[in-house]
Write a protein that binds this ligand. Structure first.
Ligand SMILES: Cc1ncc(COP(=O)(O)O)c(C=O)c1O
Length: 418
């Protein structure tokens, strides 16, 4: 796959090769990352990158769409079938533009939107003030219950009654618990709001029946396609038929020009993979691995936000250990255990040195790791947290991590370059 790059551009080839090696010898626990199949990788790098296709199937602004129309229709049909959605738009370039386009399709600039605050697990595009979603709209943010670390549906309902948002957003980037979309729908209905669910993090769990689906309850569901869903980097919007015209118009010509047809073809491949029975086993194992890792970490005295997990991610509040996230994440990275530091609810430390660590199990599960390997990982994290400055300890763990990775070869997208 990389032979032409090697021949034409040795500099880029060497960098890609180095990244392949890094991904190969690392336990990658950033919950929004994964390994795609070789088929998805090849579609992403196909001739479809050469094609402009502004517009939608059957109504394009350029000729030569005999094949692109079929590909986009196929991706939409597979998305609708897999998730049981009435309508789909597969053109958004990623998750953030999918959210912005959705809000603009449903509400005027300046309207009130209500989403989960970033330090409580929401995404920037759920109305956080540094995002334009928090500038173009009047953003009201709900928070987690400070005692339980969980969504407090009564408090959300009260806030919604007070502010009467036009859009109520469910979904998150760092919430380790199952979300009850029926409750969000009830709240949205009670105040006449649209319910937009951003299922980016859990789309693969929804597809694999390891998390409740928001599709029956939300007006519009947005998602990235590259996290638990294991597709190419991109975005997708699923909605009720009655919203499709407004969503399509907001995506193109509202926010974007030509769709990335190579990505859409790779998404069609990924959606096909996610429809296979094996995908349900993967989704179930992602959750089983996260639960096991959470239990083991708590056994070592780590304080987990909400006291555990129901999904693919874990949020550690390091304050009881007298630690902050960044030095631990950096020491772990040196030992090839890759995660990200993260704010935790009630965090008074700034976003560049927050008190938490966010871990996830999608990539290690794709690699074939199970509960026994989670036990090892928890032990390594604990040892590193107690020896942050000890290079010998960290280096020894790094060697052990590499050895473990050697027992779980990468999915077949990672044929080593010659
Ligand atoms: C819940 C959620 N929505 C949207 C996004 C944005 O996706 P992208 O980075 O593709 O713009 C993310 C990214 O992490 C996310 O976690």
């Amino acid at each position: 796959m990389l032979s032409a790059i090697k021949q034409n551009d040795r500099v880029v080839f060497d960098l890609i090769k180095a990244e392949q090696v890094r991904q190969g010898i690392s336990i990658r626990m950033i919950p929004s990352e994964n390994y795609v199949s070789r088929a998805v990788m090849q579609a992403t790098g196909s001739c479809l990158t050469n094609k402009y296709a502004e517009g939608y199937p059957g109504k394009r602004y350029y000729e030569g769409q005999q094949i692109t129309d079929q590909i986009e229709n196929l991706a939409c049909d597979r998305a609708k079938e897999l998730f049981g959605a009435e309508a789909a738009n597969v053109q958004t370039h990623s998750g953030s533009p999918a959210n912005l386009a959705t809000y603009c399709a449903l509400a005027e600039p300046g309207a009130t939107i209500m989403g989960l605050a970033l330090p409580h697990g929401g995404h920037l595009t759920h109305g956080w003030k540094v995002s334009y979603t928090g500038k173009f709209f009047n953003s009201v943010q709900y928070e987690l219950d400070p005692e339980t670390g969980r969504l407090d549906y009564d408090a959300i309902a009260k806030l919604a009654k007070e502010h009467k948002p036009k859009i109520l957003i469910s979904g998150s980037s760092a919430y380790p618990r199952a979300i009850d979309f029926t409750k969000f729908q009830e709240i949205a209905e009670s105040v006449g709001a649209y319910h937009v669910c951003d299922m980016a993090h859990i789309a693969g769990l929804v597809a694999g029946k390891a998390h409740m689906s928001p599709i029956p309850y939300a007006d519009v569901v947005t998602t990235t396609t590259h996290k638990t869903l294991r597709g190419p980097r991109g975005g997708m919007i699923l909605c009720k038929e009655k919203h499709l015209a407004a969503i399509n118009k907001a995506v193109f010509p509202g926010f974007q020009g030509g769709p990335h047809m190579h990505t859409i073809s790779a998404l069609a491949v990924a959606l096909g993979e996610a429809s296979a029975p094996e995908f349900e086993a993967y989704a179930a194992q992602v959750v089983a691995n996260a639960k096991r890792l959470a239990d083991k970490l708590m056994g070592y005295g780590f304080d987990l936000v909400s006291g555990g997990t129901d999904n693919h991610l874990i949020l550690i509040d390091l304050r009881n250990k007298g630690l902050v996230g960044k030095p631990l994440a950096k020491a772990m990275d040196t030992a090839h255990l890759v995660c990200n530091y993260n704010s935790v609810p009630g965090d008074t430390a700034g976003p560049f040195n927050p008190s938490g660590l966010r871990l996830g199990t999608p990539a290690v599960t794709t690699r074939g790791m199970k509960e026994d390997q989670m036990d090892l990982i928890a032990g390594w994290i604990n040892t590193i947290s107690e020896h942050l400055e000890d290079e010998a300890v960290i280096s020894k763990i790094g060697t052990e991590v590499e050895e473990l990775c050697g027992q779980f070869p990468l999915p077949d997208s990672f044929i080593p370059p010659q």
